[in-house]
Design a protein around this ligand. Structure first.
Ligand code: EPU
Length: 310
């Protein structure tokens, strides 16, 4: 093992209670089911354990990748030469109170949405069918069917990975828009508070049933996918343009533009990130020629050094 990786592995094993995996295949942690190994993959046992780990991670100088539910994420076959921090084991607490909810970043958005519904708190119903974590949903301002995460956010707490500085931000301090929250690039979100209103649990459940039925009818939920590949261009739908440009069923290697919803790419089994990137370029070219529109990716791409622009 290279020195920095070995030293960090020793340090985490000695000082932390969480689980450390070496050369962990990221295909097991992404909804696409693709991606080579991460040098180190750390699942802190709880927030204190994470606080112990972060200075060690910083000292190692290795790149850090916070991974939520591995949705919306395309990992290259070469994997990641750093340490992945995954909060989905040790930081999943959800507390619902009179006018809101407080969720740790590794909690599932779908579970939080359902817990709020049962408690008769409205506001997160839109998230009932969105896979991924609270941390990921806040980072990318996840949304569906008219609801957006940042619209409901009251505050967030995080830490800057580069400096260890704790950050607390109120919603009013964050500028955000469609699938975007203006946060420091190296922030690891730890916890978020949401504003909710009181409503009848059955009314919220009916709204969620409708959302889930619409998703099932229009999105390829049973195939391995990473959600929508492209952001919607202003005033139109990427799925509509890709469909009209004739791309449904277009295939590279083992990945295909979904025949159900054209803004989804599905892994037919054994597909790679390189296949997806090839398909992204083909779809872009078709849409460019058909509509003169340049599609922007929504999915984030991870390579050996971390996040990449594609
Ligand atoms: N359409 C087609 N063919 C297709 C796909 C869509 O003609 O293959 C048409 C639909 O018939 C509809 C229009 O395009 O008239 C819009 O489609 P849809 O209602 O499915 O919404 P979307 O704009 O494609 C957005 C989000 C989804 C979110 C849904 C529901 C983006 C990029 N996509 O999809 O979010 O679930 O609305 O709110 O913003 C995601 O972000 O990963 C995602 C899946």
């Amino acid at each position: 093992m290279p020195a920095a990786k070995e030293t960090l592995a020793l340090g985490l094993r000695e000082h932390c209670r969480g689980e450390l995996r070496v050369d962990e295949p990221l295909s097991a942690h992404t909804t696409f089911g693709m991606g080579g190994p991460a040098d180190l993959f750390f699942l802190p046992a709880d927030p204190d354990d994470l606080q112990t780990a972060l200075p060690l991670v910083r000292e190692s100088g290795l790149p850090v990748l916070p991974l939520g539910g591995g949705t919306n994420t395309l990992v290259r076959s070469s994997g990641f030469r750093g340490v992945v921090v995954d909060l989905t084991k040790g930081m999943t607490r959800i507390e619902v109170d009179a006018d809101g909810a407080v969720c740790q970043a590794g909690a599932s958005l779908q579970v939080a949405s359902r817990r709020c519904q049962r408690a008769g708190r409205a506001g997160l119903a839109f998230g009932c069918g969105i896979p991924g974590t609270i941390g990921g949903a806040v980072r990318g301002n996840a949304g569906a069917y008219g609801g957006e995460t940042l619209d409901r956010l009251r505050w967030l707490r995080g830490v800057r990975l580069g400096s260890g500085e704790e950050i607390r931000l109120q919603q009013a301090e964050i500028s955000y828009g469609y699938r975007h929250a203006d946060l420091p690039g190296d922030i690891l979100i730890l916890e978020a508070g949401f504003s909710l209103t009181v409503d009848d649990p059955d009314t919220i459940r009916r709204e969620m049933d409708e959302i889930l039925a619409r998703r099932k009818a229009t999105q390829p939920l049973w195939d391995r996918n990473a959600g929508c590949i492209f952001k919607n261009p202003e005033g139109t739908s990427a799925g509509l343009l890709i469909d009209q440009a004739g791309c449904k069923g277009l295939r590279v290697g083992q990945v295909e533009v979904s025949r159900l919803h054209a803004n989804f790419t599905v892994n037919l089994g054994g597909g790679t990130a390189e296949d997806v990137l090839g398909l992204i370029e083909q779809v872009r070219e078709h849409v460019r020629r058909f509509a003169g529109t340049e599609l922007e990716t929504e999915v984030r791409v991870v390579g050996e050094r971390g996040l990449e622009d594609v």
